[in-house]
Write a protein that binds this ligand. Structure first.
Ligand SMILES: NC(=O)c1ccc[n+]([C@@H]2O[C@H](COP(=O)([O-])OP(=O)(O)OC[C@H]3O[C@@H](n4cnc5c(N)ncnc54)[C@H](OP(=O)(O)O)[C@@H]3O)[C@@H](O)[C@H]2O)c1
Length: 258
């Protein structure tokens, strides 16, 4: 790492090796923020770190770690503490989906997904809140999904993990409302990333948002202290009453039923 600026504070982004997380990292770099990038793919993290370091003159560190490892959140916290890396913002973006009928999907994979989408996020928030409190201003952005708002057949467990993230984040925002920490939840719709392929859903998607657009809205809105962030036309969807949304979704997913 070349030390390029004097700012001591860092933004930690999980799932920074691809998709929305990679673009969120870029958005912070554009705004002159130093970064700690987290994911498993070491080469992708190294390449992004070098690119952001060169292009935006920010300090970029990375930790290649599987967030499913026991005590991964604590290890990341200790890694930062040992190096006196002052974290100012936590972006909990790492997450996976699993597509298919609940009873036909591997239960081990579904439980791992719950561990990644929920446990690792809760762990990181828990360990880093005392750190963020030491900063003049602290930020937490948790990435849920528009699927947090309604039950999503064929992504039943995934959708439920994102409902957890939204509920948890809104409750935490209330608890921290008189503190220096801004807490926001990002609820993207379908976005053009590896997500669908990795989830085992190879159906062609019609409307996919570019991850760059999602990331820009996310970071701008976090810095403006928005509570729940709906990129693109997801804002309109969020206004539809839940009982109507459930009917729309049921009709939309009926194509998966033979
Ligand atoms: N794409 C969409 O349509 C969409 C819509 C709504 C919400 N989201 C949410 O957006 C977030 C980002 O997803 P994406 O769409 O950008 O997909 P993506 O490109 O597949 O990114 C997922 C990221 O999570 C990391 N990750 C996965 N498993 C991990 C593990 N065990 N340990 C550490 N890191 C891990 C991946 O890195 P490594 O593989 O290198 O570990 C990657 O950087 C997820 O929380 C997802 O649920 C996506």
């Amino acid at each position: 790492m070349n030390v390029l600026n004097n700012c001591e504070e860092y933004t930690l982004v999980t799932g920074a090796s691809s998709g929305i997380g990679k673009e969120i990292a870029k958005e912070f770099a554009i705004r002159g923020r130093n970064l700690v990038l987290i994911a498993r793919n070491k080469n992708a993290l190294e390449e992004l770190a070098n690119q952001l370091n060169t292009n935006y003159k920010v300090n970029v560190l990375f930790v290649s770690i599987d967030l499913l490892e026991e005590n991964a959140s604590k290890s990341i916290y200790e890694w930062c503490k040992e190096r006196n890396i002052k974290i100012q913002a936590i972006i909990n973006n790492a997450g996976v989906g699993l597509f298919g009928e609940f009873h036909n999907l591997s239960v081990e994979k579904q439980i791992s997904m719950i561990a990644l989408n929920i446990n690792s996020l809760v762990g990181l928030v828990h360990y880093f809140i005392p750190e963020l409190k030491k900063r003049k201003k602290g930020y937490i952005l948790n990435v849920a999904s528009i699927a947090a708002l309604y039950p999503l057949p064929y992504y039943s467990v995934y959708g439920a993990t994102k409902a957890f993230v939204l509920s948890f984040t809104e409750a935490l925002r209330h608890e921290l409302r008189h503190s220096n920490i801004t807490v926001s939840c990002l609820c993207p719709g379908d976005t053009d990333t590896n997500f669908f392929n990795n989830a085992g859903n190879t159906n062609q998607k019609k409307f996919l948002m570019p991850p760059e657009n999602v990331a820009k809205v996310a970071v701008d809105s976090l810095l403006k202290n928005k509570s729940v962030i709906y990129p693109g036309n997801m804002k309109l969807i969020s206004k539809i009453p839940r009982f109507i949304l459930k009917k729309i979704i049921a009709r939309r997913v009926s194509k998966y039923e033979l």
